[in-house]
Design a protein around this ligand. Sequence first.
Ligand code: GCO
Ligand code: MN
Ligand code: MN
Length: 382
Amino acid sequence: MYTPTPQDRFTFGLWTVGNRGRDPFGVETRPPVDPVDIVHMLAEIGAWGVNLHDNDLVPIDATPSERDAIVARFTKALDDTGVQFVMGTVNLFTDPVFKDGAFTSNVPEIRRYALRKTIEAIDLAAELGGKIFVLWGGREGAEVNAAKNPMDAVKRFREALNYLCEYVIDQGYEMKFALEAKPNEPRGDIYFSSTGAYLALIPTLEHPDMVGVNPEFAHETMAGLSFHHIVAQALEQGKLFHIDLNDQKIGRFDQDLRFGSENYKESFFLVKVLEDGGYDGPLHFDAHAYRTEDLEGVKEFAKGCMRSYLIFKEKVHRFNEDEEIQQLLKEIQAADEEPLTYDRVRPGQLVAPDFDRRAWGAKGYAYERLDQLLFDLMMGVR
Ligand code: GCO
Ligand code: MN
Ligand code: MN
């Protein structure tokens, strides 16, 4: 029942299951894993797809013929296993050239190089059959704000996105962009610090239809925000093009924990929003195994992400079917009326003569009971 199949649309990045456990204080605890072996492992555990940054597969210094050989070998692994390539992205953060930003760098030549590198990564994603391209501006930020103008950052980032959309149109690719926000790390502050900032930028682009968001559980949680609220907004606005599922303790460094490992309740409501809201895009786990784990532990980690999602999904189903919960919801949520428009209801008609402000203020909402029923359901005692 909790065994994933490709129909569940679960994906992992090469950099997630291939993460080697390095942190700022310690070296790698796991050996490198060949991307081809990762694809086979993902097929074995029932994942649907795989995602990558350009340099997860092709080294930054590879020659064109080296690149083609690597891509051919990887494509064969996809064909042999049936694992889909789903999302491509570009690494604009590891190489020292990007130490003060890529699209928002103060140096025009670096901004142009970042665009060229992104275009090559888009070509790679298109060649592999991907239709989603994620942009996470890891280095687009500052420590020394005296050196950078944050309004220029907005203008430069917009300019880069407009350029990339034109490129995709020019090539005839069927590719959409998903923007991923993060408040900080690796920069002291990163521009466009939450998904809401990107949702506000998108309507100012030349091709807003081609651009959506890729919210990440850990990143909004670092900032102390409710993840499922912003996911709901993105979904409602037709902008949830991709999602990075993981977990995180509030206020910490970016932990990228196994999905479902920390915030059970928030994860429940997230899965509820995705399932009830009809999200049908990929479910990507942008997480990695604890540094204590060997390769067997990495497999357990990946299986755990998917299993937890499916368990939450079943709990959502039970919540939606639970008679007592649904009865309670019926009592506290007034029946839907027709949309309130200025045309239909004039200001003088808004409030009925018998509206009883005091009675409404005194009425109990039964939320304590409802919330406890949810707790009981989640803990399996209901
Ligand atoms: C992080 C980020 C990255 C991005 C990835 C896609 O936690 O460091 O979320 O994992 O999602 O680089 O561009
Ligand atoms: Mn993260
Ligand atoms: Mn991410």
